[in-house]
Design a protein around this ligand. Sequence first.
Ligand code: NAP
Length: 334
Amino acid sequence: MNGLHATMQAVCLRRVPQGVPQAQDFELRQLPLPALGDGQLRVQVQWLSLDPFLRAQLGGRYAVPCPPLGSIVPGYGIGTVAEDRSGRFAVGDVVSAMTGWAEQAVLDASVVSRVDATLAPISTAVGVLGIPGLTAWAGVRHILEPRAGQTILVSTAAGAVGSVVGQLCKAAGCRVIGIAGSARKCAIVIDEYGFDACVNYRDADFLQTLRSACPDGIDGYFDNVGGAVLEAALSLLKLHARVVLCGLSDQYNSAERPAGPNLGPVIGARARLEGLVVYDHLADFNRCRSELSRMIADGTLRYREHIHDGLANAPAGFIGLLNGDNLGKALVRL
Ligand SMILES: NC(=O)c1ccc[n+]([C@@H]2O[C@H](COP(=O)([O-])OP(=O)(O)OC[C@H]3O[C@@H](n4cnc5c(N)ncnc54)[C@H](OP(=O)(O)O)[C@@H]3O)[C@@H](O)[C@H]2O)c1
């Protein structure tokens, strides 16, 4: 390893965020390059994924515990192989893995996946063709099961998961209604992603507008937020509706768990509610990727990326994601 590259920049956790994360919760540091062992490879990171689950993890409310103070902030990344001692990758191969918010990562070959750069731009490996795409695909195919003529409601409709959910349901012949946090996002949801309507949950007349957008109720709801938006969606369920419980964006920044919604309408509608954990569906990744990349190629699936430039801007990008500033999949380009 040449001396010029003996250190790297990384964003580390300075303190555990309380409420909405602040820039001071993170710290850009110069760290020694980790040593490369047998069976490992060194990855030069090019893209970092910014994901809501990180907020849950930092709050101790995720399957994986909050990382220790001072350690590199965890996260998915995409990069090229700079050195390989596993015999499984060649220098220059494009890969994705949990690299963390750092310029370089040393990883066991067993936790690294090869990225097929012929499918779409490589950044999509953490977006529409990555975990968000698989989350949408698995929830739609295995739980929502949309059928032509049905009405499907989707929250965080302008986001990485929600935008794909809606387009898959449109492709299945459904009437699709989105919920998003601004007039601009609602316009994108309709004009770019082809939803039939989109309602801003921040508007004072949200409930009324939602009811008029779904005059006959809904056959399915893909929930990424919980709370009051979930409560509103439940009041619209038709008989035997399906509800995918996927995310809790409205409570990731609160220390207290809010009182749950009244589930009475679920009983009345004989509806099925089902939680989604994307990691149960990893075996479907190749099938999902080939289906979604075909849809990208023939123009039936569109996606947006919200790119922040430079590792130092990762904390601001992450805070923006939690505030809903992102228009599409939030990424950092290194
Ligand atoms: N179950 C699983 O296995 C799994 C896997 C992946 C992702 N997820 C979940 O899926 C959801 C979407 O993830 P994503 O990666 O696609 O993120 P995203 O939608 O691209 O970005 C997060 C969005 O959440 C919205 N939001 C933030 N606070 C909110 C609030 N209080 N009420 C309603 N919406 C709020 C914001 O959009 P608005 O401006 O529209 O509010 C923000 O843009 C997250 O909840 C994530 O945790 C679950």
